[in-house]
Design a protein. Structure first.
Length: 323
């Protein structure tokens, strides 16, 4: 059986808590996007065959997990790596789903994600792959996820604590500066360890109030301006935790872009996704053209090269269809 998997990007707005003083650590907050996306096709084979070395590596691990011989995989589209759009998780899970369905097996994405080294901190990427929408995950028990997290695979993906569909007429502005990639792997682990060791628990208290009293009600009721304002505030509070590690509340040049874009009335809730350099904002379909111009102007004002996209939210999980 030949199958095609299409998995959209995700924005990671931040974590609910990074302080060891609270009983739950992390707790990701984010939203699924319809594009850009990862698109793979796969069919059974005697061994793994794929021209993309990263996908081939994931496919080897997937075949071992599933107990199958191999698969032939073609990559039709991929996400830019380490820019804040969730490329690693979406690619790993798309590979899992494609190979499993090609062999007429259930992917069991949430169960198997840890075996692919996914869901170790945030559950937003897995939840976005499963069902899309605006997602809040429950985090991990602090006593297990201290400054030295469990070994790869020795965790469960955090449960979805809240999920809401994002109004179909909302749009997300993506500004991708031509800048150094965000942190990943060992460098990210070292930075996160330093952040957790020094995190102010009072910030988590402020974030909890913001999430429950402003952000969740706004998305549930479809109030774009209120949602955007709360989203921007949530990102700024998170940035206070990372300031020492990334050179400010936002990692340069994201801060300059955010300052320029936040002044434009067509865009609300401007922030940095994950470690950046991706910058996002919220608008609606009627203001999409104005928002695009505002983002292009922000790049010019910050004297930074880059690209701009205005994309729809995704309120469904990855699409898996016969190819």
């Amino acid at each position: 059986m030949r199958v095609r998997v299409d998995a959209g990007a995700r924005l990671h707005v931040g974590f609910q808590n990074l302080s060891l003083a609270h009983e739950r650590l992390y707790g990701g907050v984010g939203v699924a996007l319809d594009e850009p996306s990862v698109v793979l096709t796969a069919e059974p084979a005697a061994a793994v065959a794929c021209e993309d070395p990263l996908v081939a590596d994931y496919a080897d691990r997937v075949c071992e997990v599933l107990g199958v011989d191999g698969a032939r995989i073609d990559v039709e589209a991929s996400l830019p790596r380490h820019v804040g759009l969730g490329s690693g998780t979406q690619l790993a899970l798309a590979t899992l789903a494609a190979v499993a369905r090609a062999h007429e097996m259930a992917p069991r994405v949430r169960e198997r994600a840890p075996e692919l080294d996914r869901g170790g901190r945030s559950g937003v990427g897995v939840a976005a792959f499963e069902a899309g929408g605006f997602v809040v995950d429950a985090g991990h028990p602090t006593e297990r996820f201290t400054t030295a997290p469990p070994a790869a695979g020795e965790w469960e993906v955090p449960a979805v604590a809240a999920r809401h569909e994002v109004p179909a007429d909302w749009r997300f502005v993506l500004v991708l500066a031509d800048a150094e990639q965000g942190r990943s792997g060992d460098a990210e682990n070292e930075s996160m360890r330093a952040v957790v060791e020094n995190a102010d628990p009072a910030v988590a208290d402020d974030l909890a109030a913001l999430l429950v009293r402003r952000l969740l009600p706004a998305v549930a009721e479809g109030r774009l301006e209120a949602f955007g304002d709360a989203l921007g505030a949530f990102g700024r509070l998170n940035g206070a935790w990372y300031a020492d590690e990334q050179g400010g509340v936002y990692r340069p040049p994201a801060g300059r872009l955010i300052d320029a874009l936040a002044e434009r009335p067509s865009v609300r809730g401007v922030g940095q996704s994950s470690w950046g350099p991706a910058v996002y904002g919220v608008t609606d379909a009627t203001l999409a053209d104005d928002a695009r111009v505002a983002a292009e102007d922000a790049l010019s004002a910050a004297d930074v090269d880059g690209s701009v996209r205005v994309v729809a939210p995704r309120n469904e999980g990855a699409r898996v269809d016969p190819a």
